[in-house]
Design a protein around this ligand. Sequence first.
Ligand SMILES: [Zn+2]
Length: 72
Amino acid sequence: MKNNIKRRSENKRVLCLPMVSNIPSGCEGWKKTACPVCGRECWITPRHAEELAKEPEIKMACTECAMRSVFR
Ligand SMILES: [Zn+2]
């Protein structure tokens, strides 16, 4: 399931952000942000930050919003 989400989000160029409610303590280097779709707290990982730097137009969404394919 994780692989599906990843592949789908890459095709649509949507960064899938892990949700704070799923991973309350996060990991080293992760930064809290709000999902631009639903406004809930999620994490930006260093990998996401890299993608954003390369492609500032890229969209972001928390795992739940990405799964609902709101950008379709
Ligand atoms: Zn969301």
